[in-house]
Write a protein that binds this ligand. Structure first.
Ligand code: SF4
Length: 291
C-alpha cells in the first residue's frame, strides 16, 4: 500500500506526532497523529502545498507543487495504522483531510483514497470517521454530495460576512459566501450527519460578538456544528491569537443556537497545529526524533 516513507518525525510534549512523508519523486508532505483519551485522530495531506491562498495558513506560502495520488493519500493512514497498531474495531480513530492541500481540488484521488480506507479487507476505517475540510470550492462540494462513498464535509468558514472572508480567504472573491452557504444547505446529509464549520479566530479580525451572531444567522436551519480554533502563531504571518475570554464569549453566543466547541490546540510546539503545516517550519525544531 505505501508509496511513501517516513523521513522525519517530531514529537510534541502533548503526545502529538508530526511526520514528514517522503514521496517517490523527492517531494514531501506531512501527516499528524493526535492521540486522545477517547479516540485518536490521523490528519493527512491531499496535495503537496496548496494553491488556495488563505492568509492565516503556512501551507499557502508553499503554493501548489502537485496533487497526491490516491495511494499516497491512503498510504499516510496505512503508515500510521501500522506504526501505532491501530485497530478500528478495538479503538475507533478519526481520519481528517485537514493537512496540506485543498482536498476538493484533488477530488478524484480523495474519493479513491476514501474507498481504499473504507475497504473491509484492508484498513476498515468506518465511513463516518473520515472527513475532509474545504475552503469552499462550490462546484466540488456539489460533486462530493453526489458521490456514493464520500468523507464527511467540513468547511473552513473563518468569517461572518463576504467582505471579511475575502480579506482572509481571497478564494471567496470567486466562490462567494452566500453561494457557499446555499450549497451547504442543499448538501445531502446522511442520517445523523452534520456539517462541521471550522472558524479560525483572529484577534481583531473576525472575533467580535457581532461576528458570532452573524455566524449563527448564516448557519441557522442547517445541521451544523461549529469548531472554534484560536489562531496558532506561525512565523511570517501577521495575525494575533485572541484572548481566551474572547473565544469563550464567542462560543457562548454560537452555542446558544447550535453545537459549538473549541478545538484544543495540539502540537503547537512542533508546528503541527492547524494552519502550521509547512515544511520549512520544521527546520530547527527541537524535537527531531528520527530520520
Ligand atoms: S487553510 Fe487549507 S485551503 Fe487554505 S491555504 Fe491552507 S491548506 Fe490551503
Amino acid at each position: 500500500m505505501e508509496s511513501l516513507r517516513e523521513s522525519a518525525r517530531f514529537e510534541s510534549a502533548d503526545g502529538t506526532v508530526r511526520m514528514l512523508m517522503a514521496l517517490h519523486d523527492g517531494k514531501q508532505v506531512e501527516s499528524v497523529f493526535i492521540p486522545e483519551r477517547m479516540r485518536d485522530t490521523v490528519c493527512i495531506s491531499s496535495q503537496v502545498g496548496c494553491a488556495v491562498d488563505c492568509q492565516f495558513c503556512m501551507t499557502a506560502k508553499m503554493g501548489l507543487e502537485r496533487n497526491l495520488s490516491a495511494k499516497e493519500i491512503a498510504g499516510q493512514v496505512g503508515h500510521v495504522i501500522a506504526k501505532w497498531k491501530l485497530v478500528m474495531r478495538e479503538r475507533p480513530f478519526n481520519v481528517v483531510m485537514m493537512g496540506q492541500g485543498e482536498p476538493l481540488l484533488n477530488l478524484d484521488a480523495v474519493l479513491e483514497a476514501t474507498a481504499m480506507m473504507m475497504d473491509q479487507k484492508g484498513m476498515s476505517v468506518a465511513p463516518r470517521r473520515i472527513s475532509l475540510s474545504t475552503s469552499g470550492i462550490i462546484p466540488k462540494i456539489e460533486e462530493l454530495g453526489r458521490a456514493e462513498k464520500r468523507p464527511r464535509l467540513a468547511v473552513s468558514l473563518n468569517a461572518s460576512h463576504q467582505e471579511q472572508r475575502e480579506k482572509i480567504m481571497p478564494i471567496t472573491k470567486k466562490w462567494r459566501l452566500d453561494d457557499l452557504i446555499r450549497v451547504c444547505k442543499e448538501f445531502p446529509l446522511k442520517k445523523g450527519e452534520r456539517i462541521l464549520f471550522e472558524y479560525v479566530m483572529l484577534d481583531g479580525v473576525n472575533d467580535t460578538l457581532e461576528d458570532a451572531r452573524r455566524v449563527v444567522e448564516l448557519l441557522r436551519g442547517m445541521d451544523a456544528t461549529v469548531n472554534l480554533i484560536a489562531w496558532n502563531a506561525a512565523p511570517g504571518i501577521d495575525f494575533k491569537r485572541p484572548e481566551d475570554a474572547k473565544v469563550a464569549a464567542f462560543q457562548a453566543v454560537v452555542q446558544a443556537a447550535m453545537p459549538c466547541y473549541q478545538r484544543k490546540p495540539r502540537g503547537r510546539d512542533i508546528s503541527a497545529a492547524c494552519g502550521q503545516l509547512k515544511l520549512v517550519a520544521l527546520e530547527g525544531s527541537p524535537a527531531l526524533l528520527a530520520r
